[in-house]
Design a protein. Structure first.
Length: 519
């Protein structure tokens, strides 16, 4: 049921889609060497669901959204003759990631079996390589961002960070710990004879789905060496801004900002809040053959085909600031600075934005408005901040309620008042005394947490004429924040509560990530 790019383009054109936008997607598909279906979604010409409906109608079969359908586990092991439906490739892949956990032996069981054999066999014949490979593959299948391998007095504790929370996977006999560490050192080109100093490295593992890049950090602690593996999976960077949970209103503001040929787009939040993923989503939209995109990153987490990506290297003095200076001599249209960490980098980035470049970067600030004083603290004059910054995106990641075990949850307003300010409750839930919200009961798919996957809670501050004036006057961030809200900015709390209303996440998650203090 595969359509050629030409056939798909003709179909889409019949659906009253603007021909100019369609042609831009066709050209992007050619230059980026991706299917037109992916380009149409990436360029936001059509949503994945709209595209699926068009193709299904062409084949005269029903269209189904698998991600919004629940298959009872007992039923799904029986595959009778079925009516043919059409689902999009992206939807099928996402659904398979969920159901493959049920179809296969769980990774925990595989690991435990390997370790049982290892501890009952000859010491020199331990299947360490297999254990490490299975461990990493297990983390990948569970969509973990990190693997922690921590030595204890009698065991080695292995934990996965899934959806931002650490989960204990298993405990390995201490006799295996050093062998596992040595195997990881060999794979990442680190010194195997060094046990008393910190070491950082990289490794690549060939999985069925992709060649997985892994960042390795080893530090000595009281009981031995601890390893943290950061899995730099390309699939974690394949999201569009819509996939990430950005509202239609915020999307319009961001689109207006990246449609300019100059200025700055800043993504802010703490470590692990999805800042870089949001920037990558914008860069993929901007990535066309006519544009020269150059980045300076530490590390390069995802390869963008057609972009020139530079890795920071402290040993050769290739810092963000020095790298940015060199990039400006490379005739770029768009520059991505992985992070603005110091005054020197901030100054060069602002000057680049002033001289006709579109500059994207990230900062560590709590919300959108506090980004302004953060830049002025870095010795950037307020009038320069006002002249260059187009938009500031602040964000956090909240865990999504697991679709496989989602159920209703009746709560009272009095319960909400324990966690939320009264004005926020009134704004989102009105004068109701009892509400029906949603939660996950917990199941095999979500490791009994009730959550599966994450979505962003966003705050998009558009630098309007009024906001520019406040910045130039060195107004306090609270004043800027209040004016932005008056002009229509949705705060992270409001965006999070909107997602609670829609059954996407829970009150507890929104409170956890926004650190709300009840009045």
């Amino acid at each position: 049921m595969n359509l050629s790019n030409e056939q798909l383009a003709a179909l889409v054109l019949q659906s009253n889609i603007d021909q100019t936008r369609l042609q831009a997607a066709v050209e992007f598909a050619k230059s980026a060497n991706v299917p037109l279906s992916a380009a149409l979604v990436e360029k936001e010409v059509l949503s994945d669901e709209q595209l699926g409906a068009i193709v299904a109608a062409y084949y005269k079969v029903p269209f189904i959204e698998l991600s919004k359908s629940t298959i009872v586990e007992d039923v799904f092991h029986i595959v009778p003759q079925v009516i043919i439906h059409y689902a999009t490739e992206r939807d099928i892949e996402n659904t398979l990631q969920v159901y493959k956990k049920v179809l296969q032996k769980t990774i925990d069981e595989l690991l435990k079996e390997d370790i049982r054999r290892a501890t009952t066999s000859v010491y020199d014949d331990l299947p360490i390589a297999k254990i490490v490979d299975v461990l990493i593959d297990a983390a990948y299948q569970d969509k973990a961002s990190d693997i922690h391998i921590e030595p204890e007095e009698k065991n080695s504790l292995i934990r996965f960070r899934i959806d931002g929370v650490l989960h204990e996977v298993l405990r390995v006999p201490k006799v295996l710990h050093d062998r596992i560490i040595t195997r990881i050192k060999v794979l990442s080109g680190l010194r195997t004879d060094e046990h008393m100093s910190a070491q950082d490295g990289k490794m690549r593992l060939s999985l069925e789905e992709e060649n997985l890049d892994i960042r390795v950090s080893i530090i000595p602690i009281a009981e031995g060496e601890k390893v943290v593996l950061r899995l730099l999976s390309s699939r974690s960077r394949e999201y569009t801004l819509t996939d990430l949970g950005m509202s239609e209103n915020d999307l319009k503001k961001v689109k207006a900002a990246y449609s300019k040929s100059y200025g700055m787009i800043l993504s802010t939040g703490p470590t692990g809040s999805g800042k870089t993923t949001s920037i990558y989503a914008i860069l993929k939209i901007l990535n066309t053959r006519e544009k020269n995109i150059t980045t300076i990153e530490d590390p390069i987490e995802y390869r963008i085909k057609g972009a020139n990506q530079v890795q920071v290297n402290q040993k050769t003095n290739l810092t963000f600031a020095n790298g940015l200076r060199s990039i400006l001599r490379q005739d770029p249209n768009i520059i991505f600075v992985g992070e603005i960490r110091d005054s020197e980098t901030a100054g060069i980035a602002v000057n680049a934005a002033l001289t006709g470049h579109l500059v994207l970067s990230t900062l560590h600030t709590n919300d959108a408005a506090t980004t302004i004083p953060r830049l002025t603290d870095m010795k950037v004059e307020p009038f320069l901040v006002a002249s260059t910054v187009n938009i500031i995106i602040a964000q956090r990641l909240v865990r999504k309620i697991c679709d496989m075990c989602k159920t209703t949850d009746d709560v009272t307003i009095d319960e909400l008042k324990k966690h939320l300010p009264e004005e926020a409750i009134k704004k989102h839930f009105g004068d109701e005394t009892k509400l029906t919200l949603y939660k996950g009961k917990g199941c095999k798919i979500c490791h009994n947490t009730g959550y599966n996957g994450r979505i962003g809670a966003f705050e998009v501050l558009e630098v309007t004429k009024t906001i520019r004036q406040l910045i130039t006057e060195r107004s306090d961030s609270d004043v800027i924040n209040q004016k932005a809200i008056e002009e229509g900015m949705t705060t992270m709390l409001d965006d999070g509560l909107d997602k609670v209303r829609k059954g996407m996440t829970t009150i507890e998650e929104v409170v956890r990530v926004t650190k709300v203090e009840s009045l």
